[in-house]
Design a binder for this molecule. Structure first.
Ligand code: AP5
Length: 192
């Protein structure tokens, strides 16, 4: 099974992708997690991405396309994968189409989680509070200024992907305002 999760920052893409990973035994490919790992390890990609991510802007298409193409070739992706946070621009979606075609692979579904902006801000604030309470490190882009920018980037560059995938007939929308279990149940209905 090969899936894409679309949705604004804080929509629950990572939460749902992790749950499906357990259910279907396929990995979650989060470009955000991969980039944060590169930043933590101070790799060349990490050094180039850090300031852009901290400001809430999108990293270049070229960097993420390469990361995803390499990751898809790993043996644990043989049965499928869940793309969480990729593609995020129309050029990335077109690059993914070419990538999959060249590897002889096909997408099964594109699931869009729809959540109101006010709820997204509350979720980000909750995540910050929970991380601090657990003694963890708050994400450097989980602050009001960077989050506002992430929402703007989403509206301008990522939202057009709904139309792109509606055009290919692969888009399925899910109400992401419901609680986590209800959202999971809706997704499982789509995939059944
Ligand atoms: P990334 O890590 O992908 O962050 P994001 O898209 O902004 O999304 P989040 O991780 O904040 O949210 P999510 O939708 O996964 O929600 P979550 O499940 O965590 O990207 C970070 C940065 O990396 C980007 O800004 C960019 O710089 C760069 N980047 C990454 N990919 C890129 C790409 N392809 N191209 C260019 N740049 C790229 O949930 C959020 C919170 O809500 C959690 O606390 C959770 O517990 C809670 N929650 C989840 N579901 C529910 C629910 N149903 N009800 C109530 N609370 C819920």
């Amino acid at each position: 099974m090969r899936l894409i999760f679309l949705g604004p920052p804080g929509a629950g893409k990572g939460t749902q992708a992790k749950l499906l990973t357990e259910r279907y035994g396929i990995p979650q490919l989060s470009t955000g997690d991969m980039l944060r790992a590169a930043v933590a390890q101070a790799t060349e990609v990490g050094k180039r991405a850090k300031a852009v991510m901290d400001a809430g802007q999108l990293v270049s298409d070229e960097i993420v396309n390469e990361i995803v193409s390499d990751r898809i070739d790993a043996p644990d992706c043989a049965k499928g994968f869940i793309l969480d946070g990729y593609p995020r621009t129309v050029p990335q979606a077109k690059a993914l189409d070419r990538m999959l075609e060249s590897k002889g692979l096909k997408l099964d579904a594109v699931i869009e989680l729809k959540v109101d902006e006010a709820a997204l801000v509350r979720r980000m604030e909750n995540r910050v509070a929970e991380t601090i309470a657990a003694g963890g490190t708050v994400r450097s882009d989980d602050n009001p200024e960077a989050f506002k920018r992430r929402l703007t980037e989403y509206r301008e560059k990522t939202a057009p992907l709904s139309e792109y995938y509606a055009g290919t007939g692969q888009l399925k929308a899910v109400d992401g305002m419901a609680d986590v279990d209800t959202v999971t149940a809706e997704i499982e209905k789509i995939l059944a």
